[in-house]
Each structure stands twice: as structure tokens, then as C-alpha cells.
Design a protein around this ligand. Sequence first.
Ligand code: ATP
Ligand code: MG
Ligand code: FE
Length: 342
Amino acid sequence: GIVLGIESSCDETAAAIVADDRTIVAQAIASQDDAHAPYGGVVPEIAARAHAERLAPMIEAVMREAGVSLGDLDAVAATAGPGLIGGVMVGLVSAKALAMAADVPLMAINHLEGHALSPRLADPDLAFPYALLLVSGGHCQILRVDGVGRYRRLATTIDDALGEAFDKTAKILGLGFPGGPAVERLARDGNPQAVPLPRPLKGSAEAHFSFAGLKSAVLRAHATGQHPPADIAASFQQAAIECVIDRLGHSLGRMAPVPSLVVAGGVAANAAVRSALEGLAAKHGMRFSAPPPALCTDNAAMIAWAGQERLAIGAQADPLDVAARPRWPLDPEAEPVRGAGV
Ligand code: ATP
Ligand code: MG
Ligand code: FE
């Protein structure tokens, strides 16, 4: 069967058609980076308006390119949260209308579930269970993924997400928004040992992550005027990676062994992060899996794929009055921690 996926939770408008054999039949993605760049971050009102303008013609174009009409769809999947509520509503309302018109199931997808299952779209051999590092603009979590809809959170951030730390470092260095790719690029020309920066929570018996102190240290290092930006970028990236490896090692040491270590979310596009994780997986005798970079950052193929995964386990359709949710933890049982982590 084939599923139409829609993503509009942040500043990427995206639509995709994905088949159950993992073929991405057609997809489109429109970034709003230019619209938000002057503000140094995503402006919710601008985002919602842009989604509303772009989504309908984009869905039409994707279906045309795939040679698919409404009657060919087996489900319509859309991000229903968490995210900026105005944008989420634009995508979800479109999905409801299309599911109703096509008389097929509506799948209201948790955006984080889209990220969490995206590695299986790219890697047919990736079986459950797996240990997942989910690192994005709003989240930094370690999860044990036991199946579709079965997520146990082992760690989260007590303050900033990892992608947020990359974005704030980029802002401090004047690299613009979004910052992750720019910091990665600049870091290639820098010395990762040049700037002394902290490794928050490294070695801690607690499970969680923290990046706020690292960002403040970047700000102070930059303010001295003594360090070339490339050295700061490289040293920041090195410190962040060491934190991630340390925290993951902590969680892996405390969980029942699983065969695979998996990374997903926007920061998973970072080559240095990926290679460090590959090393950690080898050390633990685990298989390593990461989606291609284009499937790490926000996209609709992962949302369509999450819909496919739900169809495959015989999950029920969501009702047409299902609500958009600004907050929606993947693991509802997880205890709240200090700060923003969910
Ligand atoms: P969430 O998924 O938590 O709701 P989001 O959808 O905004 O947040 P994603 O699109 O999954 O986040 O990821 C975007 C984040 O990934 C941004 O913070 C961006 O800077 C970061 N990022 C993207 N590419 C890279 C890279 N090459 N290196 C480091 N960070 C990156
Ligand atoms: Mg974005
Ligand atoms: Fe995301």
C-alpha cells in the first residue's frame, strides 16, 4: 500500500508518498530558513502562514509526480505534534480533509515517532529492539525502542537540546540560522583542542544531558576575542560529542543489551557525531544505524513511514477530530526532569 505523509511542525513544509516496500515514491520539502533568518530563530506566526500557503500545492505536486490519485492512497499520515501549534494544525487539517475525501485511515503521528522510526525506512535490516539517540532542535533523548508505539525514555536533557546548543553556538559565532550545518562546516577548519570548554554531566551517575553550561562557556570564550571562530566551533563540537558519548555509555551500561545503536533527528546529519557513535557501537559490539542526512532533518517521508509502520501492526485510524498537540512526550511514563526536557 502507499501512504501520504505531511510534516509541518516547525519550519519545514513537507509532503511525501512512501510505499510499504520502503520506496519514497515522491517527496517535496520547502524550508523557511530565509523567512526566519532575520529573527535568528523560528517565528511561529510566520511559520504557520508559510505552511498554509505552501502545503496544498505541494501535496498536489507530490501526488502528481508519484502518479497517485486520492483513490490510490491507503492512509494519510500527518504530524499531530509536538511542535508549533499553528503549523501542526495546518498539516493536520489538510490530512483530515484528504483522509475524509479518500475514505482512508487518518494517522496522527507524533513527530518524534517519525524521527524514532526513520532509521527503519532507510535500513530494512534494522529490527526492534534498539537503543536510540534522538537529537534534534527541541529534543535530546536516549530511548529504548521495543516496537511501534513502544518507547521507553532512559535519558533527556535537563536544559537545552543538542541541536539548540549547535544553533546557539552558531548565533554566538554569527553563522546564522539554522546553525548546525554551519558549525559543522566551520569546525572542519578548527582545532578541537584549542578552546577549553566544559563537558557538562560527564561521568555523572545521573542519566541525563545538559548543554546550557557548554553554550555559556562558548559565549565567554568568544567574548575574550582570543579564539578564531573555527577553533571555537571545533572545540564546541568536540565537547558536545564527548558529552553525548559519555551519557550514551552510561545508559547502555544500565539497560538490558540490545543489538543495535541508532541515531535520528537533525543533529544525526552531523558527520562527526555519526562517526563517534559508530565507534561507540563497535566498542559495545552493537550494530550501528543512521538514516541518510536528508532523512535526519525534518521531512515528510519519515511521517509517511510511521504511518506505514502503524498500518503494518494493524493500528486503528485516528478519529477525524483528533487534536493537534503542542506537547506530546513519546514516553508518557517518563518522569519529568528539571528544565524543559520532555
Ligand atoms: P524537534 O524534532 O525536536 O521537534 P526540529 O524538528 O526543529 O526539532 P530537526 O529538524 O529534527 O529539529 O533538527 C533540526 C536541528 O538539527 C537544528 O537544531 C539544527 O541545527 C540541527 N542540525 C541539522 N544539521 C546539523 C548538522 N550537520 N550538525 C549539527 N546539527 C545539525
Ligand atoms: Mg528546520
Ligand atoms: Fe524534528
